[in-house]
Design a protein around this ligand. Structure first.
Ligand code: BF8
Length: 621
């Protein structure tokens, strides 16, 4: 019963059952123990920012209506929200900064195990941001691009470089609303300033800065992360792979790569392919080394190298609970601090690698670009040694892997379309495809695992709406078998025909969460081709099972860029009617887009369809 309530994934039910029978604690158990969760927190009316507090505002208007400083519910809710958006922007963008730094070191020949792999993209991106490419070596161009992007963080110049990609009409909206983004460090620091006691007291003004901060992530930090990762590790091309817990192998050394930053994991892939190490694994009694991904590090490797995915965020403890993981290598973000406890039930080792993300109970092998390959080799050797301690009796891999297709970068989509977006635009204007929806975001134990993603995707495809997905949303679709061309059989006639003629799935996997910037780039290209703003496209965004501040930031830059966006859980804002009205209604007057909250994916699909149809009507298509 409990197992059925927790997930829709029939394969992982078996492993979940094992966790309950063997007392292996998971996030679902901890959520149960937390009940009832704090009502003030859920409504966003608790303020723990300063030492006159913590303060709470009584949502029933019987108790106090202001904190000690005088902040009312509107301000407290807005401050908490801005704080969350800034944390999300900082996380993606600090990951981006590490990519820029590694890229810059590589340009100068100072890194180990990296190269400028996609030099065509290097030139394209350099030209996009106004860097001269004629008669210059790749290294020279890369060095200037690296310096330009590092400067972008600190803001020694004007606006963001990538705003050149933003359609003119969208830029006008931002200028009018005063939310044209500057460097992400500046916006995040300014957010932290604004949430301090005695600075911002106007909730609207606070939240507009939230949009600007989110934009500096989407069109700044995250976009730099995506573009430079492509240059370093290769721009994704359409690729076949597999997904679910069945990607773990009982006869191989299983290494799970978990977290977000491809700087580490890419070199681990290189080390694991080293013949000498494969030999070592065989000497230890295994048939070889099996690498699988989790969360967005997994998505990065899947997109560029076809590495199989063990699952999404809520699969991390379950992967360990199969007893088949020898080493789980973590970098940062979305990593449960509980992993070493689960690992202790088996022989598995957790290997932390980032100075920013140390975890008690994990083996720490710190990663630096200058010595990346050596560290990766050490970690793979550790995994092989750990394999020798594995107890085969305790291994329970619940299923066979599911097939999937991924790798839909903007460039790959264009290639699939024959080198131009014309066929896609044609399919949209003719009504074969009614619209495009970016479905993104996390897993959250408050939602039956994968229920929101899978049902929203199935409903939307029936309505001839094409999905572009990233992060844990895309992995959920993969596990359900929606990322293969055959899934188009479930789609409406129009979308089905398009998928058949192009041999593509009705749900396109565009990458990790920082790769939501690919959705922005694609939207910019489509809007420019139609000579409209992004807000006029028959498009929308959705995050049915989100949990992370990062996801909130993505939803915020989607809305600020012009996408109507439906989230499955409210961002702890219901304690203020005014903030709720601003987000779900009044924002429309500012950026021509707004948020909606709808937990039922079938209803959410209808809301999205209604929006797309009205957009089409306004465009006269
Ligand atoms: O950045 S979708 S649970 S893994 S936050 Fe985390 Fe959410 Fe997954 Fe990737 Ni994104």
């Amino acid at each position: 019963q409990k197992v059925n309530e927790r997930t829709i994934d029939k394969d992982e039910k078996q492993t979940l059952k094992r966790t309950l029978e063997e007392d292996i604690e998971t996030a679902w158990d901890r959520l149960e123990e937390q009940q009832p969760q704090c009502g003030f927190g859920q409504l966003g009316v608790c303020c723990n920012s300063c030492k006159m507090g913590p303060c709470q505002v009584d949502p029933f208007e019987e108790g106090p209506q202001r904190g000690v400083c005088g902040a009312d519910a509107n301000l407290i809710v807005a401050r908490n929200l801005l704080n969350d958006i800034a944390a999300g922007a900082a996380s993606h963008s600090d990951h981006g900064r590490e990519i820029v730094e590694t890229f810059y070191e590589t340009a100068k020949g100072e890194s180990q195990g990296y190269e400028l792999l996609d030099t065509e993209k290097l030139k394209n991106v350099a030209q996009d941001v106004g860097i001269e490419v004629e008669d210059r070596s790749d290294e020279e161009i890369a060095k200037e691009l690296g310096e330009t992007f590092l400067a972008e963080y600190g803001m020694i110049k004007g606006g963001l470089d990538f705003t050149e990609r933003v359609p003119e009409k969208t830029r006008k909206i931002w200028n009018k609303a005063g939310i044209m983004p500057r460097g992400v460090d500046r916006e995040v620091v300014e957010s932290m300033h604004r949430v301090h006691m005695g600075v911002g007291a106007d909730y609207t003004n606070m939240l507009l800065h939230g949009l600007r901060t989110a934009l500096s992530d989407g069109w700044g930090g995250s976009m730099m992360a995506t573009e430079l990762s492509d240059i370093l590790f290769g721009t994704p091309e359409v690729t076949e792979s597999t997904v679910n817990l069945g990607t773990l192998k009982d006869d191989m050394v299983n290494i799970v790569l978990h977290g977000h930053n491809p700087i580490l994991s890419d070199v681990v892939v290189k080390a694991a392919n080293n013949e000498a190490l494969v030999e070592k694994a065989k000497e230890a009694g295994a048939n070889g080394i099996n690498l699988v991904g989790l969360c967005c590090t997994g998505n990065e490797l899947l997109m560029r190298k076809g590495v199989p995915m063990a699952g999404n965020m809520l699969n991390q403890e379950l992967a360990l609970a199969t007893g088949a993981v020898d080493a789980m290598i973590i970098d940062y973000q979305c990593i449960f601090p509980s992993l070493p406890q689960v690992a202790k039930c088996f022989h598995s080792k957790i290997v932390s690698t980032s100075e920013k993300s140390k975890v008690p109970g994990a083996v720490h092998k710190e990663f630096h670009p200058e010595s990346a390959y050596d560290t990766a080799t050490e970690i793979v050797e550790l995994a092989i040694d750990t394999y020798k301690e594995r107890n085969p009796q305790k291994v329970e891999i619940p299923c066979e892997p599911m097939e999937m297709v991924a790798g839909f970068s903007v460039e790959a989509i264009k290639d699939e379309l024959g080198g131009t977006f014309e066929p896609l635009i044609e399919a949209i204007t003719s009504g074969q495809i009614k619209g495009v929806v970016g479905v993104v975001g996390c897993s959250n134990p408050k939602v039956q695992h994968d229920y929101g993603h899978v049902n929203l995707a199935k409903e939307l495809m029936k309505k001839d709406i094409l999905m572009i997905e990233t992060g844990c949303a895309a992995v959920a679709s993969g596990k359900e078998g929606l990322l293969v061309p055959e899934a188009a059989e479930m789609a409406g006639d129009g979308l089905q025909k398009v998928c058949e003629s192009l041999n593509i799935p009705p749900v396109l996997h565009m990458g990790s969460c920082v790769d939501c910037s690919r959705i922005l780039t694609l939207a910019g290209e489509l809007a420019n081709a139609l000579d409209v703003g992004i807000d006029q496209l028959p498009a929308a965004g959705a995050a049915p099972e989100w949990y992370a501040q990062k996801a909130l930031t993505i939803a915020s830059y989607f809305v600020a860029s012009g996408f109507y966006t439906v989230v499955g859980l409210p961002p702890n804002t219901h304690g203020s009617q005014k903030v709720t009205d601003l987000l779900t209604d009044d924002l429309e007057d500012v950026v021509n887009a707004k948020f909606d909250v709808e937990p039922d994916p079938k209803v959410a699909a209808r809301m999205i369809e209604r929006h797309i149809l009205s957009q089409r009507e306004e465009l006269g298509i």
